[in-house]
Write a protein that binds this ligand. Structure first.
Ligand SMILES: Nc1ncnc2c1ncn2[C@@H]1O[C@H](COP(=O)(O)OP(=O)(O)O)[C@@H](O)[C@H]1O
Ligand SMILES: [Mg+2]
Length: 143
């Protein structure tokens, strides 16, 4: 288990961290994002998608659960905030996206709500708000 821990002191620094992180992302990677509302999960994801080549607007898929971004490497952006249970996720066909060999990148906000459905290996990014402008970002590879 490896942990990288950094502190960003502005929105721009978080965006730069996401760009740097994008360099090590390969197809078929699952990345889950922990952190309270307003921590910066969607902010990080927006910059990550842009750095991976996706130029259109990225918004949190709060009402749709999942957004698909057509890109050289397809990106699937999940927001599980409003999901009531793992059963609901299964009914929505959630698991198909996380099958081994799937070539897309899966980004998951609020993975707590689908605990147990996300299989290793994945990358866990936890963002913690220190104050209005500073964040602690921990990146962990789970195998
Ligand atoms: N250093 C920082 N890193 C990330 N976001 C920051 C930072 N400083 C301020 N912010 C602000 O915090 C908010 C994060 O919101 P968002 O990314 O939607 O959070 P989440 O998806 O975790 O609920 C944004 O309004 C952003 O501008
Ligand atoms: Mg969000």
């Amino acid at each position: 288990m490896n942990i990288i821990e950094i502190q960003t002191n502005s929105l721009k620094e978080t965006e730069q961290a996401a760009i740097a992180f994008s360099k090590i992302v390969t197809p078929s990677t699952t990345i889950i994002f922990h952190g309270d509302l307003g921590a910066g999960k969607t902010t990080f994801i927006k910059s990550l998608c842009k750095a991976l080549g996706y130029q259109d607007m990225v918004t949190s898929p709060t009402f749709t659960i999942m957004n698909e971004y057509e890109n050289d490497i397809p990106i699937f952006h999940f927001d599980m905030y409003r999901l009531a249970s793992c059963d609901e996720a299964l009914e929505l066909g959630f698991l198909e996206y996380f099958e081994k060999g799937h070539e897309g990148i899966c980004l998951v906000e609020w993975p707590e709500n689908v605990e147990g459905l996300i299989k290793v290996p994945y990358i866990d990014i936890t963002i913690e708000k220190i104050n209005d402008t500073s964040r602690k970002i921990k990146i962990r590879s789970v195998e």
